[in-house]
Design a protein around this ligand. Structure first.
Ligand code: GDP
Ligand code: MG
Length: 452
């Protein structure tokens, strides 16, 4: 999947202390292939890669992040930007009812979405009315009525006796004229004080002049506050031409991506905003009413990157790390010079991120690291902090001098047992050894190992 390929491309950077232009080119090539394979439109891919390259080669040096993390951060930020940046909320009319019209090809998921949107609005205290303007397909009206019933939202429909909320054909609409039904639906909403009207429309299997004319006619009749273009995320490269046709033929103010549950590629999501200039507002992720959410570009980006909330961690690390301190720590880890003072600094920096339990949730996967961390609680860290604070600077700098009498003094001074001090010192030596080995593996700048 796109996620796997992107993660793979970025993984190759890990362990590099500095990225050469060739490293960046190679990574960009991989990302480019991954995007093309995911059916992202070519012009979108080109622009994306050009921006990544420029930023990665530019001087966005951060001491808090290693080069690989910096590239991950850049890729993530560009993904968010391409997906629309900010979350776009629904615009409500100043004078109700707010009219929301749905447009899109047959099978895109309009009717299903109508129910989801209606339920979502109802849950927020609105009084929506569904209007059935798909009179093309046999059974389309009934389908909307079933959906409406599940959502607990009334449906205005043209045929006598089939209208739950609209009263018995009160407005005399029986003809199979979707424009007349749409107009009558709005009148009904005004009369009965529904504050949101969702207009479901017909679609065709392909782009078609008659379909566009009908949708444009409904649009002119109901003057929607929002026209949502409903797009099946699984249609791949066709997403772009379909979106363009609807933009030109009907016009829309927002996009809803459906069937995101089945789309491993993510191409439509990445192309549609860029190509049409309109934001993705909602995402549909299944057939059930609950499989629906507001579209958040940042969440989608991290889903595509497949790195869990590791990105949040990167962001927070950047905020709390003092640049020079981080550089110095990296150098010391690499050269085996880490002292208890550094250990304390690192610990305090990590603790600024929040309780250890929260950090655990942000790390991807399970892994040994996570298991080890899970055994550390904040109380234990408090104790470690107290012990190190009870040491003299000389002891912190060179823990090897901490003999039995010093241990007793430290224990008494920090209110712990001698065994606690012993354990901390032992663990520190172990950790230093491990970190030095890890630092080497990750290409951290080191030097000659200090023999102390
Ligand atoms: P319309 O022709 O645009 O009104 O499309 P429908 O709402 O009738 O949906 C067409 C088919 O897609 C139906 O079988 C729906 O159950 C299914 N469907 C709609 N949205 C989703 C979704 O987000 N995920 C999945 N898996 N199926 C969906
Ligand atoms: Mg339908």
């Amino acid at each position: 999947s796109l996620s796997d390929r992107l993660t793979g491309a970025l993984k190759d950077l890990r362990g590099k202390g500095r990225l050469s232009p060739a490293d960046i080119d190679a990574t960009c090539r991989e990302i480019r292939l991954a995007l093309l394979e995911a059916d992202v439109a070519l012009p979108v891919v080109r622009g994306f890669i050009a921006r990544i390259k420029e930023r990665a080669k530019g001087s966005e040096v951060s001491a808090a992040l290693n080069p690989a993390q910096q590239v991950v951060k850049i890729v993530n930020e560009e993904l968010v930007a391409i997906l629309g940046g900010e979350t776009r909320r629904l615009t409500l009319a100043k004078t109700p009812p707010t009219v929301i019209m749905l447009a899109g090809l047959q099978g895109a998921g309009k009717t299903t979405l109508a129910g989801k949107l209606a339920k979502w609005l109802r849950d927020q205290g609105h009084q929506p009315l569904l209007v059935a303007c798909d009179l093309q397909r046999p059974g389309a009206v009934t389908q909307l009525q079933v959906v409406g019933e599940r959502a607990g939202v009334p449906v205005f429909a043209p045929h006598p006796g089939t209208s739950i909320g609209g009263g018995e054909n009160a407005l005399g609409v029986t003809a199979a004229d979707p424009i007349a039904v749409a107009e009558a639906g709005i009148t009904e909403a005004r009369a009965k004080q529904y504050d949101v009207v969702i207009v479901d429309t017909a679609g065709r299997l392909g782009i078609d002049a008659e379909l566009m004319a009908q949708a444009a006619g409904i649009r002119d009749a109901v003057k929607p506050d929002e026209t949502l273009f409903v797009l099946d995320a699984m249609i791949g490269q066709d997403a772009v031409s379909t979106a363009e046709a609807f933009r030109d033929g009907v016009g829309f103010t927002g996009v809803v991506l459906t069937k995101l549950d089945g789309d491993a590629r993510g191409g439509a999501a990445l192309s549609v905003r860029n190509v049409t200039g309109e934001p993705i507002m909602f995402a549909s992720t299944g057939e059930k009413l609950e499989d629906f959410d507001v579209f958040h570009p940042d969440r989608m980006a991290s889903r595509i990157l497949g790195m869990g909330d590791v990105l949040t961690l990167i962001e927070q690390a950047e905020q709390v790390y003092d640049a020079q301190q981080a550089e110095e720590a990296a150098r010391k880890i690499g050269s085996g010079e880490l002292t208890l003072e550094d250990f304390l600094d690192q610990m305090l920096a990590i603790r600024k991120l929040g309780p250890i339990g929260n950090l655990l949730g942000m790390l991807p996967g399970a892994g040994q690291m996570k298991d080890a961390l899970a055994q550390v609680d904040d109380k234990q860290l408090d104790r470690v902090q107290a012990i190190i604070r009870g040491m003299t600077p000389a002891e912190r700098d060179n823990p090897k001098i901490i003999n039995a009498s010093r241990r007793l003094r430290i224990a008494n001074g920090s209110g712990v047992q001698v065994s606690d001090v012993n354990q901390l010192v032992d663990r520190f030596f172990e950790a230093r050894k491990m970190m030095t080995a890890m630092g080497r593996q990750m290409g951290m700048p080191g030097g000659n190992r200090r023999t102390k």
